[in-house]
Design a protein around this ligand. Structure first.
Ligand SMILES: *Cc1c(COP(=O)(O)O)cnc(C)c1O
Length: 381
C-alpha cells in the first residue's frame, strides 16, 4: 500500500520515518552542516549548497505540511512572524491589504507598521459583519486579503470559502492564518484559499519548545517565488534542531488536537451558564453566532482555544488568572499544557479586546482537573 493512500493520522504518526539504509535508524538525523561539498567535476554531491537556502532536516516537515494541506509546496520559517513578514515583503508601494479588526495582534501591528512606512494601504474590516470584507476591498489595489479563523482571541469565525470567492472576484489572493485550526480539522486550500499560514510554534509543534512558522501554497506562482527569495535573502530560515522537533511534535498532532478539542468542549459546556461568567466564547457551542460555519470548516474538532467574558471588572478578571493553579498564566497557545491570559493587557493601545476577557489555551490534561481549578478561581469572585 502506497503511503499516499494512508489516512492523515497514519501519515502524521509515521512522519519522517524513512529508515536509513546504512544504519537502520527509524527517526531521521539532524544535519547541522551549513555548507555542502562538490565533487571532482565541481558538481554538488546532493541537492544542497548552503543552509540559508535549504537544509535537509526541514524538507520532511515541509513535505508533510504540503501533503496535509493538499498544497503545491510549503516553506518553513524561523517563526510565525518571519513567515508573515516574508508574505508582506512581496508587496509594492501603492498596493493594498485587507485584514480583520480582531486578529493576532503581532501580525496586525506589523501590517500597521508597513502601511505607514512603505505606502501600502490597509483596511481593517469588522469580522462579525457579513459584508464588511467586501466593502474593505479596494478594486485594482487590494492584492492580499489576510484572514484568520477562528479569530484570536474572540474566536469569531470567518467563512473561508466565502472570503475566497470575494477576494478572487477582485483578483486578490486569500491568505488564511490557520494557526488555531490545523489541517487535521481545516483544509483552507480546499475551501479556496491561495495560501495557508501557521505559527507552527503552536499546535503543529505542540510542546511550547519550538519557534517556527509555515506557509503552504495552492499553486506555484510569482508571489510564491518572491516569498521564497525573501526567506533566502533575509535568512528567516528554521534551524535544523527546531525543524526536527517540529516533525517530532507533528507525529502526535491528531491525538493532541482531538484531546484538546474534547477538553475545551467539556469546559465550554460546564461554564456556559456559570454565575460568574457573562459568556463563553467557543465555536463548538451550538449557540455560538457562527457555529454552523465553524462546523462546516472545522470538520474534526473545534480546537482547544476558548475565551470567557467574566462578570467582573478588569482588575478582578486578572485576579482570576492569578488564582488558577493547574493553568499556567502565560502567553502562547496550542501546547500540551493549559494556559490562561488576560489578553487586553498584553495587546497594547490598539486592542479592542474586552477588558473582562480571559483567553484559555486548553491542553491535554484531565478535563476534571481543569474544571475544578476554574471552579475554585471563579468561586472567590
Ligand atoms: C503566535 C501566532 C502568530 C505568530 O507566530 P510566532 O511563531 O509567535 O512568530 C501568528 N498568528 C497567530 C494566530 C498566532 O497565535
Amino acid at each position: 500500500m502506497s503511503k499516499q493512500n494512508h489516512s492523515l493520522e497514519t501519515r502524521l504518526a509515521q512522519a519522517g520515518h524513512t529508515i536509513d539504509p546504512n544504519t537502520g535508524a527509524v527517526t531521521p538525523p539532524i544535519h547541522l552542516s551549513t555548507t555542502y561539498a562538490r565533487n571532482e567535476n565541481y558538481d554538488l554531491l546532493g541537492d544542497f549548497i548552503y543552509s540559508r537556502y535549504q537544509n535537509p532536516t526541514f524538507l520532511p516537515a515541509e513535505e508533510l505540511l504540503t501533503e496535509l494541506e493538499g498544497g503545491a509546496e510549503a516553506l518553513l520559517f524561523a517563526s510565525g512572524m518571519a513567515g508573515i513578514c516574508a508574505v508582506f515583503e512581496t508587496l509594492s508601494s501603492g498596493d493594498h491589504i485587507v485584514a480583520p479588526q480582531v486578529m493576532y495582534h503581532g501580525a496586525q501591528d506589523w501590517l500597521r507598521r508597513i502601511s505607514k512606512q512603505r505606502n501600502i494601504g490597509l483596511t481593517l474590516f469588522d469580522q462579525s459583519k457579513p459584508d464588511a470584507l467586501r466593502n474593505a476591498i479596494v478594486p485594482g489595489k487590494t492584492r492580499i486579503v489576510w484572514i484568520e479563523s477562528p479569530v484570536n482571541p474572540t474566536w469569531d469565525i470567518i467563512d473561508i470559502a466565502e472570503a475566497a470567492k470575494t477576494a478572487h472576484e477582485f483578483e486578490a489572493e486569500l491568505m488564511v492564518d490557520c494557526t488555531v485550526s490545523p489541517p487535521v480539522t481545516t483544509r483552507a486550500l480546499s475551501l479556496g484559499a491561495d495560501v495557508v499560514f501557521h505559527s507552527a510554534t503552536k499546535y503543529l509543534a505542540g510542546h511550547s519548545d519550538v519557534l517556527a512558522g509555515a506557509l503552504i501554497t495552492r499553486e506555484l506562482n510569482d508571489r510564491w517565488e518572491n516569498i521564497k527569495q525573501v526567506r533566502k535573502y533575509t535568512g528567516a530560515i528554521i534551524g535544523p534542531f527546531q525543524a526536527w522537533l517540529l516533525l517530532r511534535g507533528m507525529r502526535t498532532l491528531a491525538l493532541r488536537f482531538e484531546r484538546a478539542s474534547e477538553n475545551a468542549m467539556k469546559i465550554a459546556k460546564h461554564f456556559e451558564h456559570h454565575a460568574a461568567v457573562e459568556q463563553v466564547l467557543y465555536p463548538g457551542l451550538e449557540n455560538h453566532v457562527n457555529h454552523s460555519i465553524a462546523a462546516k470548516q472545522m470538520t474534526n474538532g473545534f480546537g482547544g482555544m476558548l475565551s470567557m467574558l467574566i462578570l467582573a471588572d478588569e482588575q478582578k478578571t486578572q485576579k482570576i488568572a492569578t488564582r488558577l493553579k493547574c493553568f499556567i498564566s502565560a502567553t502562547s497557545l496550542g501546547g500540551v499544557e493549559s494556559l490562561v491570559e488576560h489578553r487586553a493587557s498584553v495587546e497594547g493601545p490598539h486592542s479592542i479586546v474586552p477588558r473582562n476577557l480571559l483567553r484559555f489555551s486548553i491542553g491535554i490534561e484531565s478535563a476534571s482537573d481543569l474544571i475544578a481549578d476554574l471552579e475554585q478561581a471563579l468561586e472567590k469572585l
